[in-house]
Design a protein around this ligand. Structure first.
Ligand SMILES: [Zn+2]
Length: 323
């Protein structure tokens, strides 16, 4: 089948944006899935993964429809910034958007209206983490649902995340989830405002196109599509996958002294309370701090960088969901 290419127009002045949407529809009816990349402008893995998925699904989509948005944040993509252009706001805290706000709110609203009109059964949002990370899938918190309805949504979120074949992390607990505005991320708003399941995939580093990470991401998306019967199945889980969860995403420990940070464990490693996570060195080499684990957990990603100021969070870690 051939892709159908449309453009979502944002704004009507000289600075108007045209966001491409590439759709593929199988003659066999089935679920509609929206795949979005590059909401964070410096996360490029999803852009190239989106392109490769379109190529692949032209031949392999056996059922349903897929709508692919390779880049939601062209200003961030062109300037290499996470937000909208240089020092711009984080588009991924503005959904479902508003007509009465700044450009970020209008961009969010325009994207939101376009994707909601496609009546998705599932949204897959593609991100990147750091240069030293394991790939993972995130489960949002369905904070607006109660009782049995919440259990049903949680079960669907869990199943889609597991189908990626990656390590699965639950988001921050409800109170922090709301405080951090994660119900206004694209995936969070899809779950909480649209009532449609979403899965966030994080693979590879920011700021570069790593084809290894692109391959991991494509495989993870195909795993999800296979799980809902849209492509033929049989995708191997990623070798980095940890199945000893459930894990919850949280910020790792902070440094108490400035200096050069040296991680002590590979991403994906399990640690126990008191284990050495890393050392802070003065420039001449002397160790001025040993950063130790406050609790049991798993290293998800080390911070990008070398010289860390005092009070810097050194890692994203997974801790037991029940803790
Ligand atoms: Zn991101």
């Amino acid at each position: 089948m051939l892709p159908r290419i449309e453009h979502v127009r944002v704004g009507n002045r000289g600075d108007a944006l045209k966001l491409p949407v590439v759709s593929l529809a199988s003659p066999v009816s089935g679920p509609a899935v929206v795949i979005t990349g590059n909401v964070h402008g410096d996360e490029y893995i999803g852009v190239t993964a989106a392109h490769l998925l379109v190529d692949r699904l032209q031949h392999d989509l056996g059922r349903g429809a897929v709508h692919v948005y390779p880049s939601l944040n062209q200003n961030g993509l062109r300037s290499g910034n996470r937000g909208i252009g240089r020092d711009g706001p984080d588009l991924n805290r503005r959904f479902p958007g508003s007509r009465n706000g700044d450009f970020a709110s209008l961009l969010a609203l325009t994207i939101w209206e376009d994707l909601a009109a496609r009546k998705p059964d599932l949204l897959i949002d593609l991100h990147a983490d750091s240069g030293q990370s394991i790939p993972y899938a995130i489960i949002d918190r369905a904070v607006r649902k109660r009782g049995a309805a919440r259990k049903r949504m949680d079960a669907r979120l869990c199943a889609h995340a597991e189908a990626t074949g990656l390590t699965v992390l639950h988001e921050y607990p409800d109170d922090l989830y709301l405080r951090f505005g994660l119900d206004r991320s694209l995936a969070g708003a899809t779950v909480n405002h649209l009532g449609v399941p979403a899965v966030t995939i994080e693979a590879g580093p920011r700021g570069v196109v790593s084809m290894a990470a692109v391959g991991v991401m494509v495989n993870a998306v195909l795993g999800v599509l296979a799980d809902v019967g849209m492509v033929e199945g049989g995708f191997e889980p990623d070798p980095s996958r940890r199945t000893d969860g459930p894990w919850r995403r949280t910020a790792g420990p902070q440094t108490t002294k400035p200096g050069v940070f040296e991680p002590a464990l590979a991403p994906g490693s399990l640690f126990e309370p008191g284990d050495l996570l890393g050392r802070v060195h003065e420039l001449q080499g002397r160790v001025v701090e040993e950063v130790r684990a406050p609790s049991l957990g798993v290293v998800v990603s080390w911070i990008d960088g070398c010289w860390l100021e005092k009070g810097t969070v050194v890692a994203t870690v997974g801790v037991p969901e029940a803790s």
